[in-house]
Structure formats: structure tokens, C-alpha cells
Design a binder for this molecule. Structure first.
Ligand code: UDX
Length: 449
């Protein structure tokens, strides 16, 4: 099938690469000329495991362009995967979605096309996109057949390709049975797991098929918000339990295990620590609360999860004050900047709030991240952080080290040597990830968030 994808961010590029890998002809469009040029040169503007490999494998079926006239006419499916960043009141900024819908409307033609909202958009956006497309066609000649569908993505950065090729489910929301047929055909190799798995992205053992959930537009749109908010509140729940666990002398990781093995609860997303960051959870929980408010509804559970998450970040300063008493003039090293391991994404990363709070209290902050350093240097120009060349350097002369992102390699640092180079070997484990007994042997005093 012929596919166009508008937006080459994490979602658009991953979706494009996976659809090309399973045999479709994909044109990726972005209005950012530099991004398109980079992609044409075979380079990748984001960090995502195996994205280079899959793009290389699918390159004969992929094109990159800035031109709607090139991408849209004749496409069977057009995905809108543009950014929908949060505005100050928590509601998403739909400027890029509006632009994309209008441009699609101008260029549609050459047979039935399904326009798919892949971006996380407010409930009701499917109908809005349809009206924008009709409006932009205006008095244009020629009958154009199209339908709008919502097909939310559930991919996690860092395992985006795995999540796209081997999804727990695919959700398609539309009022058009014809669009359901088109999208079922599009996803058939994934639904039936009939594609040849790439050597570097093995099919999970026992996976024979992925379920397709078909719904109306509004339900599909709400599924995305409801799923992300539920995952976010699972994390805040375990963090709230973690605070009580600390008071009563219990170990929250054991509590999470004991709870999670109840199949009704599940062990995933019960890892306590600094809480969630990234492009989705903060934005989607805020949008859910904002949408509910439009209908005069409160969302007390989701709102509380947001509060708990913010407090987890504030606990870093509280814990450092508890240990060091005076932090003004001290040096604190941050291990990890990305909002989670295996990505260079810094959106809503706890590291930024932590660095800002420490700098505001007169602390010198040193930091290291295996992949997000360059991004931090350019995106955090206003924050005074010393960027180290190695993880070990973070400890040099430090009064405390805070583990912010649980990159696997941080477990195997030369913690003995680091303890010697630190002014005071104190480590605050923000992800309950380090081996406290080993660190104690290496000379560190350890605390958990
Ligand atoms: C999320 C959703 O999982 C995905 O389905 C959606 O489409 C996009 O948003 P992502 O933000 O890439 O994906 O990462 P995810 O792995 O979900 O982690 C989100 C944040 O939660 C990270 O900051 C992570 O560190 C934190 N987290 C996750 C926890 O603190 N504890 C956990 O147990 C799990």
C-alpha cells in the first residue's frame, strides 16, 4: 500500500520505518528542511535503538520530502504524526495538526484515502480533522473520497520498534467500515505476525497474533488518554506507597513485587523512584484533566497522580538537605539526564527540575549522560550545569551524587575509585536501581529517593 506520514518525530519515523519494513511504500513528510535532509542522507535525527538498522533495511521503500504535493496524492493511508505540545493551561497546542489537515485537504486525490490521527489529540479531534479537510477542499474540483480514523500509538521511547512490531493491541477508531478494511489490510502482517522478524528485533516468544480493537472515533481517542493516565497513576501509586514504606521500615521494591504478582495488578509500571517524565505522561494527564474540566468534571485521581509525581522530584533537594544539612556552595553530581534510559529525549526529564532546584539553592551541578549530553547542552542553555566527559567525573569533588536515570552501565562504574575522588561519598539513588550493598563496600553512604 502507499502510505504518507506527516511528521518525522519519534512516532512518525518509527511508524514509517515499521510500515516500510513490512512491505509498504512510505513517504515521510516534515516541514523541517534540516530533518528531511538528514534523513535523505541516511542519518537519523533521533536516538532510538535499531532505528538505523530498520531504516537501512527498508530504505528502498522509503522517501523523505517536504512537499505535500509529492506525499499525499494517491496515498491509501495518510498518518498525521505531528507534535501536539502542551500549552500553559494543559490543553494541547493543535496548530500543527490544523496545518497538516488543511494541507492534506488541498492535496487529496486519486482514490479512497484514510486519514489517520496518530498524534495524541483531544477527544473530538477526528471530527475536527474531517471538517478541516472538507473546509480546505472548499470549491476545489473533483470528488474526493476519504475517511478519518484514530489509531493511537502506544510505543515507548527506547523500545519503540519492538512496541510497534509486536504490539499488545492495535486500536482503530472510525465510523467508516471501509477505513477499518483499509487499516486491517495495512496492519495485517503485524496483526497476524506474518512478517519476517528482523534479526535484531526478535519476535517475543509465544507471540502469534496481535488483537485489533475497533471502536468509534471518540472511544479510540479516549483509550489513549485513559491508558497513559492509568500507567502514570500506577507509578505515582507505588511512589506514594514508597514514602510510607520508608517511614515504616518496609522495602518498596519488595512491596511492588508482592503486589504485582497478583495477575490483576501486574508487575509492570510499579518501579518506584523519581517518577515519570517524557513527552506523554505529563501532557496526557494534563490534557485529560483539561478535557474533563471542559465538561464540568473533576479528575481527582489523575490530578493527585500529577501532584505526587512533582513531589518526587522535590524530594531530591529535601533528601540532600537531610544528609548534607547545608547545600549552598556544595557540589552535586547527576548521573543521567534523559527522562529514561535508551533515549536522548529530555522532554519533562526530572533531571532538569532537579538541576534547576539545586542551582537555585547555590549548588554547583555536574552531570553526565551516555547519549543526551549534546541535546542538554543545546536545549538547556540557560541552566548552569557542568557537563562531564565520563560518568566517573561526576563524582570528582562531589558532596553527593544523584542517580537520575537508570542507564545499565551506571551499575558497573568504578564506584571504588569514584568514592575516593568524591569530597563526600554519598549517593542518592533516584531509581532504586543501584546495588546498595556493593556501593557500601566501595565506600559510599547510600540513600534512596
Ligand atoms: C509512554 C507510554 O508507555 C506509551 O505507551 C505512550 O504511547 C507514550 O508514553 P514513554 O514516555 O516513551 O512511553 O516511556 P515509558 O516507558 O512509558 O516511561 C515513562 C516514564 O515513566 C519514564 O520517565 C520512566 O522512567 C517512568 N517509569 C516507568 C517509572 O518511573 N516507573 C515505572 O515503573 C515505569
Amino acid at each position: 500500500m502507499r502510505i504518507a506520514i506527516i511528521g518525522t518525530g519519534y512516532v512518525g519515523l518509527t511508524t514509517g520505518a515499521c510500515l516500510a519494513a513490512i512491505g509498504h511504500e512510505v513517504t515521510c513528510l516534515d516541514n523541517n528542511a534540516a530533518k528531511i535532509e538528514t534523513l535523505r542522507q541516511g542519518k537519523v535525527p533521533i536516538f532510538e535503538p535499531f532505528i538505523e538498522e530498520i531504516l537501512e533495511e527498508a530504505k528502498d521503500r522509503m522517501r523523505f520530502t517536504q512537499s505535500y504535493a509529492e506525499a499525499i496524492p494517491g496515498s491509501d493511508v495518510v498518518f498525521i504524526a505531528v507534535g501536539t505540545p502542551s500549552m500553559a493551561d494543559g490543553s494541547p497546542d493543535l496548530r500543527y495538526l490544523r496545518e497538516a489537515a488543511a494541507a492534506i485537504g488541498e492535496h487529496l486525490g486519486g482514490g479512497f484515502t484514510v486519514v489517520v490521527n496518530k498524534s495524541t489529540v483531544p477527544i473530538g479531534s477526528g471530527n475536527w480533522v474531517e471538517s478541516l479537510i472538507r473546509e480546505s477542499r472548499g470549491g476545489r474540483n473533483g470528488k474526493v473520497e476519504f475517511a478519518v480514523a484514530s489509531n493511537p500509538e502506544f510505543l515507548r521511547e527506547g523500545s519503540a520498534l519492538q512496541d510497534s512490531l509486536y504490539p499488545d493491541r492495535i486500536v482503530v477508531g472510525t465510523d467508516s467500515p471501509r477505513a477499518v478494511d483499509v487499516l486491517s489490510n495495512l496492519y495485517r502482517p503485524i496483526l497476524e505476525q506474518s512478517f519476517t522478524a528482523p534479526s535484531y528485533l526478535k519476535r517475543p516468544e509465544g507471540m502469534a497474533a496481535a488483537p485489533l480493537v475497533t471502536t468509534d472515533l471518540a472511544s479510540a481517542e479516549l483509550i489513549k488518554y485513559a491508558a497513559n493516565s492509568f500507567l502514570a497513576l500506577k507509578i505515582s501509586y507505588i511512589n506514594e506507597i514508597g514514602r510510607l514504606a520508608e517511614k515504616v521500615g518496609a522495602d518498596v521494591t519488595l512491596v511492588a513485587k508482592g503486589m504485582g504478582l497478583d495477575a490483576r495488578i501486574g508487575t509492570r509500571f510499579l518501579q518506584a523512584g523519581l517518577g515519570w517524565g517524557g513527552s506523554c505522561f505529563a501532557k496526557d494527564t494534563a490534557a485529560l484533566v483539561a478535557t474533563a474540566a471542559d465538561y464540568g468534571l473533576g479528575m481527582p485521581i489523575v490530578s493527585a497522580a500529577r501532584t505526587v509525581n512533582q513531589q518526587q522530584r522535590e524530594r531530591v533537594v529535601e533528601k540532600l538537605l537531610g544528609e548534607l544539612k547545608i547545600i549552598k556552595g556544595k557540589t552535586v553530581g547527576l548521573l543521567g539526564l534523559a527522562f529514561k534510559p535508551n533515549t536522548d529525549d529530555l522532554r519533562d526529564a526530572p533531571s532538569l527540575d532537579i538541576a534547576r532546584a539545586l542551582v537555585a539553592r547555590g549548588v554547583s551541578v555536574a552531570a553526565f549522560d551516555p547519549v543526551a549530553m549534546e541535546r542538554a547542552k543545546s536545549e538547556w542553555a540557560g541552566v548552569s550545569v557542568k557537563y562531564c566527559e565520563t560518568a566517573e567525573q561526576v563524582a570528582e569533588g562531589a558532596d553527593a551524587v544523584v542517580l537520575v536515570t537508570e542507564w545499565a552501565e551506571f551499575q558497573d562504574l568504578d564506584w571504588e575509585a569514584m568514592a575516593k575522588s568524591a569530597r563526600s561519598p554519598f549517593v542518592l539513588d533516584g531509581r532504586l536501581f543501584l546495588d546498595a550493598a556493593r556501593l557500601a563496600k566501595a565506600g559510599w553512604r547510600c540513600a534512596r529517593i
